[in-house]
Design a protein around this ligand. Sequence first.
Ligand code: SF4
Ligand SMILES: [Zn+2]
Length: 310
Amino acid sequence: MGLYSIAHSLNIRGRILNSLTIGLATKGCEYARTKGGCSMCGFMKYADESISDRQIIDQFEQTLQISDLADIQAIEIYNGGSFLNDNEISLRVRRNLLEKISELREVERVFIESRAEYISLERLEQCRQWMGGKTMEVGIGLESADDHVRNVLIRKNLPEKGFVRAVVEMSRAECDLFVYLLLKPPGLSERQAIEDVVSSALYVFDLARKHGVNARVGLEPVFVCADTALEDMFDKNEYELMNLWNVVEVMRRIHSKGDVYVGLDDEGLSKGRIPYSCDKCYETLVSEITMFNKTQSFSSLDRLDCECRI
Ligand code: SF4
Ligand SMILES: [Zn+2]
């Protein structure tokens, strides 16, 4: 079995699709294994260097077997790293998983994620061929368009030209782009974080438009994972989680510029250290944000308020 599988709804340029998200345990992100990884990332908790190709394939097959695929139009694969890095997902595994998806006739889109450096026209075309020409969307963690925030505060090790190159390759391969932006990285105040993510989202939508790529922005409000540099800061009171109302503030400012998805799932990594508002409004806010992900309509959120809003 995979780590988790969740059925949920996606809104792709106004069309609502049912999607199955599948989380796979793998050897883990090579950047985290060899260079220490990004400052907030806790994905290595699920990694195990001894996991074999066969075990990854089995996890995927078993998840498909127990899932109700009757009305699923999209499959999202999360491997806690880069699906396009041969040292994390071998060619054999990549091909096997995508060929299995090609047999699922109802499925029209496949989502994978990768660090920008592994994205090439050749790899993308190969994947699209294996998945039978279905639409492919690739998620890249840009986190911030600001070099200092991205590479010093978050330790992403991604130069802007590397990101732009990946977007150009995706344009050539006719793939859709999904860009993760981190909301409130360590080292930024609440206000600075809002401005950083708003300008990053505008940068992404502009760049995608310039290269003729369909893009979605994924807002990732930071939560605190165990055994990360961020956890050390949090324990020393050097990091404060964002107020959930400020996630709504960012949504208010960018939702009209392009498709936005807000990731509120901590994948079981946070031990409850997540952006919060107050007991009175938290559940309503989460349910309205979840609804926004499905509808892309901001009007209900716009009408909400609470005294805890800062
Ligand atoms: S955020 Fe992505 S690139 Fe950074 S360490 Fe985690 S899995 Fe690797
Ligand atoms: Zn409140």
